[in-house]
Design a protein around this ligand. Structure first.
Ligand SMILES: [Zn+2]
Length: 129
């Protein structure tokens, strides 16, 4: 068996990304304070920092939108409620790979199954065989 990769659920991944954006934004603004002797440089750092924080707000909003579209399910592995995005995702609590697609059941977890292009390729392959 190949190394067991731990997949975190997509919503958690995006949330982590948004949170890190906030910290990056604050860090950039902090650098801005350090360069206050050079007003134009400070202004640039502040604008970049603000943009980063605003972007994280946008990402948080986006997560909210995604969450409403996610399918709530009970994880078969840990029996906690979780949400799925797309056809394959991982449980938020125990990282158990999950799928909504019966065809993919038992197959190795692959995020590529979420891409329409990849699925079309698979179908084309099936026809050839
Ligand atoms: Zn679980």
């Amino acid at each position: 068996m190949a190394d067991k990769l731990v997949y975190s659920s997509k919503i958690n991944k995006i949330r982590t990304f948004a949170l890190s954006l906030v910290f990056v934004g604050i860090a950039i603004m902090y650098v801005g304070i350090l360069t206050k002797k050079i007003p134009w440089l400070m202004a640039i750092f502040f604008i970049l920092g603000m943009l980063s924080v605003i972007l994280s707000c946008v990402v948080y909003f986006w997560i909210g939108m995604l969450s409403t579209r996610a399918v709530p399910i009970i994880c078969p592995s840990c029996e906690k409620p979780t949400k799925m995005l797309g056809r394959v995702d991982a449980c938020m609590h125990c990282k158990q790979p999950l799928t909504l697609d019966k065809d993919l059941e038992g197959k190795e977890f692959d995020e590529r199954y979420n891409s329409r292009h990849y699925r079309r390729e698979l179908k084309a392959k099936k026809k050839h065989n």
